[in-house]
Design a binder for this molecule. Structure first.
Ligand SMILES: Nc1nc2c(ncn2[C@@H]2O[C@H](COP(=O)(O)OP(=O)(O)OP(=O)(O)O)[C@@H](O)[C@H]2O)c(=O)[nH]1
Length: 283
């Protein structure tokens, strides 16, 4: 279901709420009618006892007949109202169940949408969402004549962590590093898990090479901070270094594919040289 439709559904007055208001009003009317029936009943009982005592004026018998007829009608109305209110209650229950089901389905749809666009291990956007954001970012950059940067981040010797300490420790390291890079990024930028130990980072409106360098150094610093991981009563300290390749729109590529491919090439250069990061424009 489209997002705006879901928002509209959630904002619109809940049908069960308005029905519950109607039911409340109807219950109050029923109470009043029942009160009237009781009042009439006691008036009529008084009139009857006067008739039996023979202390009546000539019109009383007539009045009692009419009043008893009204009492019957009011009682009937009260019974009818009881039936109406019972039907309203049933309808209210049905609508409440439907509303709950709809809310659960909307929530499930949202969860499925989130799962299809995010990496289950790190919670970061996945490749599909990254591609979408990159296409949008490029369209925006082209329209406004501004820059956009793609950074390709790959962890060095990550395989040895899995091999030495096991896959579970490798997973904790990936989650930790993902969280750190995400925390170091600006809200308007996108960090995604490209797969394995690779992350992609889209930065918008980077003004110059010095800014790119500063950000790359920040990612290296946050990634390389020691990871303390408790396993089976011992604490192990791991230090992971990244290699980062940087490609900038429009100088290093004008399409999503070319920017990612060129950032990847620059990353390999950084890995080869053990330089931390490398700019595609300098290869
Ligand atoms: N724990 C864990 N490991 C993963 C996951 N996905 C991929 N890997 C492992 O990540 C490792 C990636 O290794 P590579 O990038 O090929 O090699 P590397 O050791 O990092 O070496 P360089 O990249 O050359 O520095 C492989 O051993 C994969 O099995 C994951 O979700 N969890």
């Amino acid at each position: 279901m489209p997002k705006d439709k879901i928002a509209q559904l959630l904002k619109s007055p809940q049908p069960a709420n308005s029905l519950s208001k109607v039911l409340g009003q109807s219950e109050r009317v029923k109470d009043i009618v029942e009160e009237c029936a009781d009042d009439l009943s006691s008036v009529n009982a008084g009139l009857k006892s006067e008739l039996l005592d023979g202390e009546t004026s000539p019109g009383v018998e007539n009045a009692l007949e009419k009043s008893e007829a009204v009492e019957g009608k009011v009682q009937n109305a009260s019974e009818q109202l009881s039936l109406v209110n019972m039907a309203l209650k049933e309808e209210l229950q049905k609508r409440t169940i439907l509303q709950e089901r709809l809310a659960a389905e909307i929530q499930q749809g949202e969860k499925a949408r989130h799962a299809s666009l995010h990496d289950p291990l790190t919670g970061l956007p996945n490749r599909a969402l990254f591609n979408d954001r990159l296409e949008h970012g490029l369209a925006h950059a082209k329209r406004n004549g501004i820059s956009l940067v793609v950074m390709f981040v790959d962890l060095d010797d990550f395989k040895s962590i899995n091999d030495t300490h096991g896959h579970d420790v490798g997973d904790i390291v990936l989650k930790t590093i993902a969280g750190r890079i995400k925390q170091a990024s600006r809200d308007e930028d996108t960090v995604c898990r490209h797969g394995g130990d690779e992350f992609l980072y889209i930065l918008v409106e980077i003004k110059n090479e010095r800014d790119m360098t500063t950000i790359a150094e920040k990612i290296i610093a946050t990634t390389s901070a020691p990871c303390d991981i408790p396993i089976r009563d011992v604490n192990i300290r791991l230090v992971i270094h990244p290699s980062i390749g940087i490609a900038m729109f429009p100088a290093d590529g004008t399409t999503a594919d070319s920017l990612v491919a060129n950032a990847d090439k620059a990353m390999y250069e950084a890995k080869r040289n053990k330089s931390g990061f490398s700019l595609f424009s300098r290869l």
